[in-house]
Design a protein around this ligand. Structure first.
Ligand code: HEM
Length: 145
């Protein structure tokens, strides 16, 4: 069940990354109707990721890396950068949406140039971490309520 929740979370974050790519393509083509819609879908998918991730964390705790030693440092570099940028992505997205809905599109656009790469990095590394832990993970326990 823990693995299923993890797969659902990884699917949502992956789909949100795909939706961001589609949203960027749309605005590059000048589509101001579907760009906001697709970006809002991307935001909802990212929020769903968070719900399932936290559910898994709360019910089953975390998973520890138990793979080859020579890859441990690389794995933790990936995990830490993913976690820090994922936490940063939340406020960045809220700020983007706020400026967009206020009609401050120059600000929106300037911040979007940073937020989109951060979002995509988080989505891709989320998948990589999920795959690594499927192969090399071991349950580390947790609060388990
Ligand atoms: C979190 C969700 C969003 C993200 C990640 C996002 C991302 C982007 C990006 C990357 C660009 C610039 C593309 C480029 O020229 O290089 C852009 C422009 C734009 N976005 Fe968004 N967007 C989001 C939500 C919205 C929403 C909700 C609206 C409308 C209410 C909106 C309206 C616009 C408009 C009108 C532009 C063109 C600005 C200009 O060129 O002057 N966006 N957005």
């Amino acid at each position: 069940m823990g693995e299923l929740l993890g797969d659902i979370a990884a699917t949502f974050i992956g789909l949100s990354g795909l939706a961001v790519v589609v949203g960027v393509i749309l605005i590059r083509r000048g589509n101001r109707v579907w760009h906001p819609r697709v970006m809002l879908v991307a935001t909802v998918l990212a929020a769903l990721f968070l719900v399932f991730y936290l559910l898994k964390w709360g019910l089953y705790g975390t998973t520890r890396y138990a793979g080859p030693e020579e890859w441990r440092a690389a794995y933790y570099a990936l995990l830490i950068s993913h976690t820090v940028l994922a936490a940063l992505n939340g406020p960045l997205v809220l700020w983007l949406l706020y400026n967009a809905f206020k009609g401050r599109f120059a600000v929106h656009r300037a911040w979007a140039r940073w937020t989109v790469p951060v979002w995509l990095y988080v989505a891709v590394t989320g998948w990589v971490i999920d795959l690594v832990l499927k192969r090399f993970g071991e349950a580390a326990g947790g609060i388990g309520f």
